[in-house]
Design a protein around this ligand. Structure first.
Ligand SMILES: Nc1ncnc2c1ncn2[C@@H]1O[C@H](COP(=O)(O)OP(=O)(O)OP(=O)(O)O)[C@@H](O)[C@H]1O
Length: 254
């Protein structure tokens, strides 16, 4: 599904990613954790194709294609979805219209007819139940005046509607109350299947309790310095990042 090899990236001349390697297969859920400022969102941004990030070395293949050669729009049409850490407000555009346009663009790219109004509404209804989102939010301008939790739930609703091959959730758990966290995590779990991969960027073990990732990676200072199973997240919760930094300094000294 996704193969990241030796990615180096910089922004405004500052090197942030210093050699990332990551292999993600269909059906897998990967969690990326790491201290503030270590480069987690930057990794998500370069995968989505944000232009201010310069990739200075390395390659990314997505579904067998050279991802870095694709425009951000084509990456989305190919099946990439990014749930933003800070979802943007788009005044004057309702979530419903936004999703309808995105969905039909994707269908057109894959040679399919636009979804008719009845099928679209049926799909909306089904997915609304999945993420337990209030109908009134969908007719309002995207994210305008939404609470932090509503914005995050709206991101997962968009994911449910667009049915991506690869979803990257950047701190989707931040700002959620305990019930909303459970609802969002359950929504994500329902969207798991053998043909879809999910990368979750998070600071909190609690989300991973619900999601049960297959792999956990720790990103420190622009590199993945440790990978493991979900037990690694428990160890991090207990010991903090210092033990990894200590291991790193020991390895460097040796
Ligand atoms: N557009 C930008 N302009 C300048 N610096 C940037 C930009 N984007 C990221 N950086 C810098 O890159 C570094 C990594 O930031 P990034 O947001 O990727 O970290 P993160 O691991 O996601 O952090 P957090 O856990 O706090 O969200 C930080 O020092 C940040 O200030």
């Amino acid at each position: 599904m996704l193969s990241i090899k030796n990615i180096h990236a910089s922004v405004e001349g500052k090197q942030i990613l210093k050699g990332i390697d990551l292999e993600v297969k269909a059906g897998e859920v990967h969690a990326i954790m790491g201290p503030n400022g270590s480069g987690k969102s930057t990794l998500a941004s370069i995968l989505a194709g944000r232009e201010e990030y310069e990739i200075t070395e390395g390659s990314v293949s997505f579904l067998g294609k050279d991802m870095l050669e694709l425009s951000p729009e084509d990456r989305a049409r190919e099946g990439l979805f990014l749930a933003f850490q800070y979802p943007v407000e788009i005044p004057g555009v309702s979530t419903t219209n936004f999703i309808k346009t995105a969905l039909n663009e994707k269908r057109k790219y894959h040679g399919q007819q636009p979804l008719d109004a009845v099928s679209f509404l049926k799909l909306m209804k089904e997915k609304m139940q999945l993420v337990e989102i209030d109908k009134s939010l969908l007719t309002r301008s995207i994210n305008e005046g939404f609470s932090g939790g509503e914005k995050k739930r709206n991101e997962i609703f968009q994911m449910a509607m667009l049915e991506p091959k690869l979803a990257i959730l950047d701190e989707t758990d931040s700002g959620l109350d305990i019930d909303a966290l459970r609802i969002v995590a359950n929504g994500v779990n329902k969207l798991r299947n053998n043909e879809r991969a999910i990368i979750v960027i998070t600071h909190y073990q609690r989300l991973l309790d619900y999601l049960q990732p297959d792999f956990v990676h720790v990103l420190v200072n622009g590199r993945i310095v440790k990978s493991g199973t979900k037990e690694l997240a428990l160890e991090l919760e207990e010991k903090g990042y210092d033990f990894i930094k200590d291991e790193l300094s020991l390895a460097e000294a040796v």
